[in-house]
Design a protein around this ligand. Structure first.
Ligand SMILES: NC(=O)c1ccc[n+]([C@@H]2O[C@H](COP(=O)([O-])OP(=O)(O)OC[C@H]3O[C@@H](n4cnc5c(N)ncnc54)[C@H](OP(=O)(O)O)[C@@H]3O)[C@@H](O)[C@H]2O)c1
Length: 326
């Protein structure tokens, strides 16, 4: 396994992490033994950076991940767990309550990195109040580091200005080869301030694996509503998959591995956190690092994906409402 450093902490993290949202009804992996097998293979392969959240399965993901890591017997200081507190809980009452619950769910006495999952956009909680409550958790040792997920950089800046003695270490953003908005904002910001960019949906929820053929898409999980699989978008993704396949053949790698390698080749601060449902998937994900695409191949993928037009309003725009009069 290839390793890098988490933000400015000096702590060693694997160059690819493992997302644990999969351990929830949203993704359908709700059997603890199956989840444990995924975590065990990740640990065997040297992955030590795990991402979960309070809302994933309303605690199921945290419980499964924490229990699996304990049962496998990995040393606590050899792993780094990030968990996330939703925007709705970002007030001093709920922060302390929910972090206590998260510690119990994970079965740990400190959280490595606590991230605000998204801004409190519906509740008007003052930024500095919840930033200081989160900093208090760090000063008291319940949390070691802070991060922000799905925050525009303008709000990242506002949050950082509220902190007294510490800085954030992670920006977590949606970022993959076909959804590259983060490159214009978060990646340069993280490079400037030496933060880690945790790239979520780094394989576009499986779209970049090449295993889902257009016209045969039928999902029973969270993907049934994801615009990336809508035909208008997926046709573009599918042409990228063909290029990933062609380039992958040169390296003896699968499309999913080339897609992840493209991210880590782009910047040293980017650490993808793909999710996996089986130990075999983890093996492929782990083998997406420890090597690099050539500059020419990186550029071919850059040019092929720079001007895609993925649309998120596609379902709304195409739907004609039938008005019935009684
Ligand atoms: N901060 C946020 O708002 C946010 C939002 C979303 C996710 N996240 C985090 O990011 C993590 C990953 O993102 P994501 O869950 O959206 O999806 P993703 O990592 O882009 O895709 C994961 C899915 O791809 C498929 N897959 C994985 N490895 C594969 C392989 N080697 N070969 C073939 N298929 C493979 C699996 O599903 P199938 O086998 O069913 O195809 C897996 O569930 C989550 O677990 C979570 O920790 C954060």
């Amino acid at each position: 396994m290839e390793y890098t450093i988490l933000g400015k902490t000096g702590i060693k993290i694997s160059r690819v992490g493992l997302g644990a949202w999969q351990f929830s009804e949203a993704w359908g992996l709700t059997d603890y033994r199956a989840a444990k097998a995924v975590v065990a293979r990740a640990v065997e392969l040297g992955i030590n950076f795990f991402d979960t959240a309070m809302v994933y399965g309303m605690g199921m993901s945290e419980v499964f991940l924490g229990r699996a890591l304990r049962e496998i017997g990995v040393k606590r200081d050899h792993i780094v767990i990030s968990t996330k507190i939703p925007g709705e809980f970002l007030n001093p009452i709920d922060i302390f309550r929910s972090v206590e619950k998260s510690l119990r769910n994970l079965g740990v006495d400190y959280i490595d990195v606590l991230l605000a999952h998204w801004p409190p956009c519906w509740h008007n909680f003052p930024t500095c109040e919840y930033a200081r409550a989160m900093e208090r958790l760090v000063l008291m040792g319940k949390v070691h580091y802070l991060g922000l997920s799905d925050y525009p950089v303008e709000l990242v800046e506002a949050f950082r200005n509220c902190l007294s003695r510490i800085d954030i270490q992670i920006l977590q953003v949606r970022y993959n080869l076909v959804e590259r908005w983060a490159e214009r904002t978060h990646v340069p910001y993280a490079e400037k301030y030496n933060m880690t960019v945790q790239a979520w949906s780094p394989i576009a929820k499986g779209a970049l694996t090449g295993k889902y053929e257009p016209g045969k898409l039928e999902f029973q999980d969270v993907r049934s509503r994801d615009p990336i699989f809508h035909p208008g978008n997926y046709t573009q993704v599918w042409s990228v998959v063909q290029l990933l396949r062609e380039i992958g053949e040169k390296y003896g790698k699968k499309p999913v591995q080339v897609a992840l390698n493209w991210l880590i080749t782009t910047s040293p601060v980017i650490v993808p956190i793909p999710g996996a449902k089986t130990p075999e998937q983890v093996e492929e994900l782990a083998d997406s690092v420890g090597w690099r695409l050539s500059y020419e191949d990186w550029r071919r993928l850059d040019e092929a994906t720079r001007n895609l037009s993925i649309s998120y309003s596609v379902v709304y725009v195409e739907k004609d409402v039938k008005v019935e009069e009684h």
